[in-house]
Design a protein. Structure first.
Length: 465
């Protein structure tokens, strides 16, 4: 059978074929292009017409892909929420499987609702702390990849990225790992074993694509981990501004919060996991100095986590302070954020802060220290990699120098804490400054819509074909 007759035959018999088949066929067609160009007259026109018809049919036919998501659990934070949104959106057009490493990895189904179109599979059904857990993960994930015949595997967070990279050559799926944090800073604050870090560094380079959640994260991966620039794609999180505003309008009785608001007419709010990374102890120290000057101010810290005891101890260091409220984690933090006057981010490191965008969607003026992704939201005129050496009054919010390390034991503020205090003071005293950021915040959020971010993911998936 001639090549042209082969294509004619296959052109009318595409139904039921796998995406891998189409990729193979398209490669073979491309290989015939020099012969087509060497033909003359009507023969060449006929061959080119057939090639164009095959190309169009292939493009249309492989729209639906089999996509595997690998993540430790669907609960706990912004990265997990971003993964759920992406899975739900892709499941509208593709076959999506969510592979959870934790045996009870999807407990809070109301807060993290997965589409019914997403197939959920748990790799283990026992305690993940047991010896041999990672070996079991590898064996079962390898089997899943081989039997599932996935076109793409996308992983989130460290455990998922590690396993995705280790099993790269199992099956034919293209690997995409998603980096959600500034890894060099996270490692500096982590007690992780050096050998594991070295292994991870080498494994990440094996991925076909590395999706970074901000330009700062991308630069960190290139500079400190040797990821080739051509493999990197920067795709940020999106914020559903309408959903955030809708949830913010839902009210619920909260007597402790109501009592707190009676005594604190002007409130700063922080929302995040209570751990060293989020830097709430630095925030409390800066706020305490401001509160001595302006007693009508209050600080609301929403969240729970491993450092909750230490943060509460910092808040009560000089006696019980009713101007600081830590009500724990709230399923709907937006109703509290909406009623606050200023949002403050105090993280030691981030990848890209979802809470900053959510605050801006609610029209909250934002102060954030200079962790990764912040300048891209608040001061886009500043290049990635630059650092704030003083307070930056950006187009969409205030950026202060990056907070570092554990708070000092004494009452004196560090220079970075003092910068945060001065920014908080400026927001309190300058009504026109707050109003300007209230108006500009929602405008900036329009640059991070689902439509724009999904377009980037769609383009990346097309690259994998």
């Amino acid at each position: 059978m001639t090549a042209l007759a082969f294509l004619q035959f296959r052109y009318y018999n595409f139904s039921g074929q796998s995406p891998a088949f189409f990729r193979m066929l398209f490669i073979r067609v491309n290989a015939r292009l020099p012969n087509i160009a060497a033909s003359s007259g009507s023969v060449r026109q006929k061959k080119l017409l057939m090639f164009n018809r095959v190309e169009k049919t292939l493009t249309d036919t492989i729209e639906t892909m089999k996509i595997l998501f690998i993540i430790y659990a669907i609960s706990g934070g912004g990265a997990e929420r971003a993964a759920v949104r992406l899975m739900n959106r892709l499941a509208e057009e593709h076959e999506v499987t969510a592979c959870l490493l934790h045996p009870r990895g999807w407990k809070n189904r109301e807060e993290y609702p997965l589409s019914g179109k997403v197939k959920v599979t748990e790799l283990l059904h026992a305690d993940t702390r047991l010896p041999g857990t990672r070996c079991n993960w590898l064996l079962r994930l390898s089997r899943l990849k081989k039997e599932g015949a996935f076109d793409v595997s996308i992983s989130f967070l460290e455990e998922g990225n590690f396993l995705n990279a280790v099993t790269k050559h199992i099956g034919s799926a293209k690997e995409i790992i998603s980096i959600r944090n500034l890894t060099s800073e996270k490692n500096r604050h982590s007690s992780a074993d050096g050998l594991l870090r070295t292994m991870k560094k080498r494994l990440d380079r094996r991925a076909d694509y590395v999706v970074c959640v901000s330009e700062d994260v991308a630069e960190d991966q290139i500079r400190h981990f040797g990821i080739p620039q051509e493999k990197i794609r920067v795709i940020r999180n999106w914020v559903d501004a309408e959903e955030v505003r809708m949830q913010a309008d839902r009210r619920a009785e909260d007597p402790d919060y109501a009592k707190f608001r009676e005594k604190t007419p002007f409130v700063y709010v922080n929302c995040g996991r209570l751990n060293v990374q989020k830097g709430q102890r630095h925030l409390i120290r800066a706020f305490r100095k401001l509160h001595r000057e302006h007693p009508d101010t209050g600080l609301l810290i929403l969240g729970s986590g491993p450092d909750e005891k230490g943060i509460r101890a910092e808040a009560e260091r000089y006696g019980r302070d009713e101007s600081i409220l830590l009500p724990g984690r709230k399923a709907n933090p937006f109703r509290y954020m909406k009623e606050a006057d200023v949002f403050v981010l105090s993280s030691l490191y981030e990848g890209f802060s979802n809470s900053v965008l959510e605050a801006m969607a609610l029209g909250l003026p934002v102060i954030a220290d200079d962790c990764a992704g912040v300048r891209e939201c608040l001061t886009p005129e500043r290049a990635a990699g630059e650092s704030a050496d003083d307070i930056l009054y950006g187009e969409y919010g205030i950026v202060t120098p990056l907070l570092t390390g554990d708070p000092e034991p004494g009452p004196e503020l560090t220079w970075e804490e003092d910068c945060l205090y001065r920014a908080m003071k400026a927001m309190y005293e300058r009504t026109e400054l707050r109003q300007r950021y209230r108006e500009r915040g929602p405008e900036r959020v329009r640059d991070f819509t689902e439509e724009k971010i999904m377009k980037q993911w769609t383009e990346l998936l097309k690259e994998t074909r």
